[in-house]
Design a protein around this ligand. Structure first.
Ligand SMILES: Cc1ncc(COP(=O)(O)O)c(C=O)c1O
Length: 386
């Protein structure tokens, strides 16, 4: 059994969520069917909608169930862009290159295929989005902006963006804001209604439900174009038979994660503080985001003179599951685009380590990891030098 310190990649499924998921998988009925079995699964789905709405503070009609964060990001970004740029007068999309690829890639797709113009906002070396630059873009180009998309918290570095401030700035120009809150849900308070957002992406597998269920929260007053056409389910925005078992599990996990927020913050911040102190003893190491305001369960480090993939293999060999936080596609580790956006060199962006933990992580696990890390860094440096 490995010591799992990669909760941001996907969190372990909660035991009671698994039990209730299995139970709802055994219930038959298409939620759109008229018969009693269909009405039964429809009830499960609608209960899940109520629970998600209470967990993120939105109206139940604003919850559109999807397959997860990536789909929600695509639906929000393309849907808002198509809706707002129908007359080709609002071709501008504003975002930052520290976003997850679930946001960056649909924006780049719009740029390539739909003549979108994109402004990537500057980011400080601690990973904080420059909101003065956003205010300036709004002043200069407000009427041309189709949407702003900025994540609530960064999944690699843990840095928190002041989303309320983003929405306040955008509201002055009537520009809708989408936020990828996939990494935020269950880790920091998320209040859709209080934020002023138009759209927000969330997913279940980061809070302890099975992979494959998420939601786009879309304000009632907003109209967007759909990506998927068919039976017209989910306000006509996400056709396809609704995954009531997945939605039920997602809702149960989300409600629990939100109710545990305080305990989560105090437990994880103590462990992360201990880990940071241990890493500070390793020569040539740095906490990647300085004193930026961060989520409590995330620690992102940079080490001089090594390659993260070598370090990850060495740690894996010893039973520690951690990540570099960088995109790893088809088994090829690449420098972190997030660190590059923060102004780091390719070498620095290829020499990092992300540790993300949860309520299930113990002090003994962090101690064991901290003891193993120093020697692993030395070996990774030696291997990277040859
Ligand atoms: C910030 C962020 N956005 C989007 C996603 C994609 O979510 P999903 O895996 O549910 O498609 C992830 C998952 O790693 C993420 O961390």
């Amino acid at each position: 059994m490995s010591i799992y310190l990669d909760y941001a990649a996907t969190a372990p499924i909660r035991e009671d969520v698994l039990a209730s998921y299995l139970q709802s998988l055994r219930v038959v009925g298409n939620p759109s069917s008229i018969h009693g079995d269909g009405r039964g699964t429809r009830m499960l789905l609608e209960d899940a909608r109520d629970s998600i709405a209470s967990a993120v503070h939105c109206d139940r009609n604003e919850v559109i169930f999807t397959s997860g964060g990536t789909e929600s990001d695509n639906l929000a970004i393309k849907g808002l862009y198509w809706q707002r740029n129908q007359d080709a007068r609002r071709p501008l999309v504003v975002s930052a290159y520290t976003e997850h690829h679930g946001v960056i890639d649909p924006i780049e797709w719009l740029e390539k295929n739909e003549a979108a113009e994109v402004i990537w906002l500057p980011v400080s070396e601690s990973g904080v989005i420059d909101l003065d630059a956003l205010a300036e873009v709004l002043r200069a180009r407000g009427p041309e902006i189709a949407l702003i998309s900025l994540m609530w918290t960064n999944n690699e570095t843990g840095v928190i963006t002041d989303i309320n401030k983003v929405c306040e700035l955008a509201a002055g120009f009537g520009v809708p804001v989408h936020s990828d809150a996939v990494a935020a849900l269950g880790h920091v308070p998320v209040d859709f209604a209080g934020s002023g957002l138009t759209a927000m992406s969330i997913t279940g597998h980061k809070v302890g439900s099975p992979i494959g269920s998420g939601a786009l929260i879309l304000s009632r007053s907003s109209k967007i174009e759909s990506l998927i056409h068919g039976g017209g389910q989910e306000r006509g925005l996400r056709s396809g038979t609704m995954n009531y078992a997945g939605a039920t599990a997602f809702a149960r996990a989300a409600v629990q994660a939100v109710s545990e927020l305080e305990a989560f913050a105090s437990h994880t911040s103590v462990l992360i503080a201990g880990l940071k102190a241990a890493v500070a003893e390793i020569e040539g190491s740095r906490f990647s985001v300085g004193s930026a305001h961060c989520m409590p369960q995330t620690a992102h480090f940079t080490f001089d003179g090594l390659r993260s993939d070598t370090l990850l293999y060495l740690l894996d060999e010893q039973g520690f599951a951690v990540s570099a936080g960088s995109a790893c596609q088809a088994g090829v580790a690449r420098p972190s685009h997030v660190l590059i956006a923060m102004g780091r060199s390719q070498a620095e962006a290829s020499a990092c380590l992300r540790v993300t933990i949860g309520l299930g992580t113990t002090a003994a696990e962090i101690d064991a990891f901290a003891r193993a890390l120093g020697p692993a860094v030395e070996r990774a440096r030696a291997a990277s030098a040859v």
